[in-house]
Ligand binder design. Sequence first.
Ligand code: CO
Length: 161
Amino acid sequence: MAIRIIVKDPDPVLRERAIQVTKFNSNLHKLLTDMAETMYDAEGVGLAAPQVGISKRVIVVDVGDDNGLIEMVNPEIVEQEGEQIGPEGCLSIPNLNGDVRRFQQIKVNGFDRNGKPITLEASDYLARAFQHEIDHLNGVLFTDIADSIYDVSAKPRGRGE
Ligand code: CO
């Protein structure tokens, strides 16, 4: 296991469309394990592979609920419903938070680290975290879509994703 360096905006890797994973091998397992360790070390609630400089469709999320750590490969939102507006931060954009409009509930299809299909239904903050991380895989940052952005450098930071 290893903590990886978190890439910061405006690094161009954050703007690429990440590629689908086709090999569920030991490299993928190491990436997922390192991503989780990196996320916890940074006290974040989610991390996408482009944030550690790897342009692949891989995310980890742990919002501190009963789900614990969720690893998802090639995630895809297949259903969405409702709307929520709330604050977000990003480990790749230190010192900024923003109010972002998201779907209230989503259904996500993807794969676990071994290539087994998984489906997750999420609402509220977990749904927000997933939408934020999946945006990363498409080169989208929360600052692109936020209703408002505010500087939090003088205050303790919100949860980062
Ligand atoms: Co982020």
